[in-house]
Design a protein around this ligand. Structure first.
Ligand SMILES: [Zn+2]
Ligand SMILES: [Zn+2]
Length: 237
């Protein structure tokens, strides 16, 4: 007969903040605490939802278990999250916040790309096209479905490429700062109002020479109906 057949699983006691009191509650009942000795919270040894005991250490007679098990996150019987799991779980981040965070760090990325090993030529971002290429390379780090959106606005000499984050309903347009560039934004917003492809239009203006200082007032809705929410970010070195 192998020792595995003697092996029984003990019960764990955990405080409501997730501190493991003991995972040998049956074998060593003297270790039980009604309140946590680290934070004072009340302790529990069963699932508050279904009453199933919290699984503790595997006990083999004659052998002392080594190392404490971490508190489980979810009940193995009913799947409910334990009180400490709900506390630790962070709220999901909004896609717009993720995108804006990436864009705020873009000037730092541009700066880092200049530093190369030995005498290798630096990666330089010299114009709007370079910037578009860089953003196209970085967006898949956070977004699964990035679609180029080619259009020819009246203010541009040629075609420009925006990025459509399709599942998130976000359009991103990238600009290189020049005087009065923010006057282009109402035309961008009007384009996406017509296309109805996004709920949010994020305008990122890269401003390495700090030409723009004023926060941009979002364009007002027109009689054509409300357009996308326009958010304007200026990134300077
Ligand atoms: Zn505690
Ligand atoms: Zn349960």
């Amino acid at each position: 007969m192998s020792s595995v057949e003697y092996c029984v699983q003990d019960v764990m006691q955990v405080c409501r903040n997730g501190h493991v009191i003991t995972d040998l509650l049956r074998t060593c009942p003297e270790r039980a605490q009604t309140h946590c000795d680290r934070c004072g919270a009340v302790t529990l040894d069963h699932c508050p939802t279904c009453g199933h005991e919290l699984p503790g250490a595997f006990v083999v007679p004659g052998l002392q278990p080594v190392g404490a098990r971490p508190a489980p996150c979810f009940c193995e019987r009913c799947g409910a999250a334990f009180p400490w799991t709900r506390q630790r779980r962070l709220p999901p981040r909004e896609p717009v916040a993720i995108l804006e965070n990436l864009l705020r760090r873009l000037p730092d990325v541009v700066r880092q790309l200049r530093v190369r090993h030995d005498a290798r030529p630096p990666f330089r971002v010299r114009d709007e096209r370079d910037l578009e290429d860089l953003v196209r390379a970085l967006l898949p780090l956070h977004f699964d479905d990035v679609r180029p959106e080619c259009r020819t606005p009246s203010y541009a000499a040629g075609t420009r490429t925006d990025f459509l984050l399709a599942p998130e309903n976000i359009a991103l347009t990238i600009k290189w700062a020049q005087p009065r560039i923010l006057e282009q934004v109402p035309e961008d917003a009007a384009y996406y109002r017509r296309e109805r492809t996004c709920r949010t239009l994020v305008v990122f203006v890269y401003d390495p020479e700090s030409l723009l200082r004023e926060p941009y007032p979002p364009p007002a809705a027109t009689e054509e109906g409300p357009g996308p929410e326009v958010r304007c970010l200026i990134g300077s070195l």
